[in-house]
Design a protein around this ligand. Structure first.
Ligand code: GLC
Length: 505
């Protein structure tokens, strides 16, 4: 039975005028967002605010109460790292205090070695599998806050900068920043030490859950090396007995059972190695230089550098700017000219193999401004090709012409608002360097908003907008165009953020 301790805390919904964004163009909105949708944008925004209120959970640890937004009460009933950083970007537009609280809660369980884990658990919730004890990380828990042992793309610093920049009360924002800076620095130092031991700029992930794109085809060749026969029977039995995502959610949307054995097999191995990340990175059968994670890392170091400058810490700022620069160059160096994409690199157990699956990850370097002038037109060509990524509801998580494309399965095809937002921001960084970049960003803003206006705030959406049969996806019988779990926090937050900045005025 699921136990709940959350109270229904009501976040006030005051709306205030926001800065007008000069890059939005009314011309585009008329083309993409139909008239009837435009007139209900603010109504939908209020619905998004209600979802964030509804997903707020109060959790007590050692007498302290933390306010966290869970991704979805249908299944994801704890706090997820990059979800929270994104949720804060929505919250700040109608309840800045809630945005501060969200990020405060995110760092409440930061380990002594600087890790901010991918899940911060609510001990009163048992629905999600794996539960906190499966990680065997108790020795690292701080302030009694249970966490997992891996991390997620470090959107945290970017979230802090966004919240700071959009806070109406500058004094409160400054106090918040002072509180967040030590945590960001410890987190970044941790990542640099353990995930870039070569000091070359590309970041190593040790589990596909760290990529945020958990089930992406990018990981297939790596998981093929994770020998099912070597995974202890007890781990498999635990999965067989306790895994519930495929019962609560639709089985055709979720990862396969074999993959779940591998996911949990890695966790079991790392726990046996006492979460020694030097050892894990060197010996794990899953160690990959991830292009999406590295892009966010570079972008996050830019945020950190800017935040430090705001408080007059120029020397430290220069260091993180340097880290960002190093990573950008390294990302550019993974470019595959023939495939018009960036590539992950499998570095497990001494391997050095390029992974060139055509997925959404290849566009995230735009956000880090890592794309060179020669790469840019090719990357945009790839993005705007209707045979690959430019679908009716772009951008699919896997190219629609890939043999691995699956319309509804988790990160193997569907469109996710979170990656759309990264790419919108990325295209806007290139608006003066590519003639189409700004127009594409505008189109993506509209299609992302429209996708949610039409289908509510789900975890992910049908990129073909119901035209799946054209892509050999006949097995999908659902009449809906949205998939995964409902009332999803970051979808709601992204709606608010995009609407407030680009479409409100
Ligand atoms: C899934 C996603 C991951 C996200 C989590 C909570 O595991 O793959 O990126 O953080 O759900 O929304």
């Amino acid at each position: 039975m699921q136990r709940r301790t959350e109270e229904n805390h009501h976040r006030q919904t005051n709306t205030r005028p926001m800065k007008k964004n000069t890059s939005s163009s009314a011309g585009t909105i008329q083309q993409i967002i139909p008239h009837q949708s435009r007139s209900i944008l603010s109504e939908v925004e209020q619905k998004a605010q209600r979802i964030l209120n509804h997903n707020l959970v109060l959790v007590k640890h050692h007498g302290k109460t933390y306010c966290r937004t869970v991704p979805s009460k249908q299944y994801y009933t704890h706090q997820w790292n990059w979800d929270s950083a994104t949720v804060a970007m929505g919250l700040v537009h109608f309840h800045p205090q809630a945005a501060y609280d969200e990020l405060r809660a995110l760092i409440s369980g930061q380990w002594e070695n600087g890790l901010i884990a991918h899940i911060t658990y609510n001990p009163d919730e048992e629905l999600y599998y794996p539960q906190a004890d499966k990680w065997r990380t108790q020795q690292f828990w701080q302030n009694g806050v249970p966490t997992s042992g891996i991390t997620q793309p470090p959107v945290f610093a970017i979230g802090v900068e966004y919240v700071y920049d959009h806070s109406p009360d500058k004094q409160a924002a400054e106090a918040f920043l002072e509180e967040m800076l030590p945590a960001i620095i410890r987190f970044h130092e941790h990542l640099k030490t353990y995930r870039d031991p070569e000091d070359k700029g590309l970041m190593t992930i040790i589990h596909s859950w760290e990529s945020g794109t958990d089930n992406s085809p990018r990981w297939d060749s790596v998981y093929a090396h994770v020998d099912l026969d070597k995974i202890p029977q007890s781990v498999k039995e635990d999965v067989n007995l306790h895994r519930v995502d495929d019962q609560i959610g639709e089985v055709s949307h979720r990862p396969t059972r074999e993959n779940y054995y591998r996911f949990m097999g890695l966790i079991d191995m790392y726990a046996k190695w006492d979460w020694d990340y030097h050892k894990i990175v060197a010996r794990s059968p899953f160690a990959v230089k991830d292009i999406l994670f590295s892009s966010i890392w570079a972008r996050a170091n830019e945020s950190l550098a800017r935040l430090l400058k705001k408080v007059g810490r120029y020397e430290e700022a220069a260091l993180y700017k340097e880290w960002a620069k190093q990573t950008k160059q390294a990302i550019a160096g993974t470019w595959d000219a023939e495939k018009k994409q960036y590539t992950d690199i499998d570095v497990s157990q001494g391997r050095k193999e390029k992974i060139a699956e055509p997925t959404i990850a290849t566009f995230v370097p735009l956000w880090a401004e890592a794309v060179t002038d020669t790469q840019l037109p090719k990357l945009i060509e790839n993005l705007t090709d209707p045979k690959t990524f430019w679908t009716p509801y772009p951008i699919p998580s896997t190219a629609i012409n890939s043999p691995k494309f699956e319309i509804a399965r988790y990160w193997r095809g569907p469109t996710w608002p979170i990656t759309n937002m990264f790419i919108i921001e990325g295209l806007l960084r290139y608006k003066d360097r590519h003639p189409k970049a700004e127009q594409l960003a505008e189109q993506l803003i509209d299609s992302t908003l429209e996708m949610m206006i039409q289908n509510d705030f789900y975890e992910y959406y049908d990129p073909t907008h119901g035209k799946g049969e054209k892509f050999n996806q006949k097995e999908i019988k659902e009449p809906t165009l949205h998939f995964g779990f409902a009332d999803f926090s970051w979808s709601a937050a992204i709606f608010i953020s995009l609407y407030e900045r680009y479409r409100k005025h």
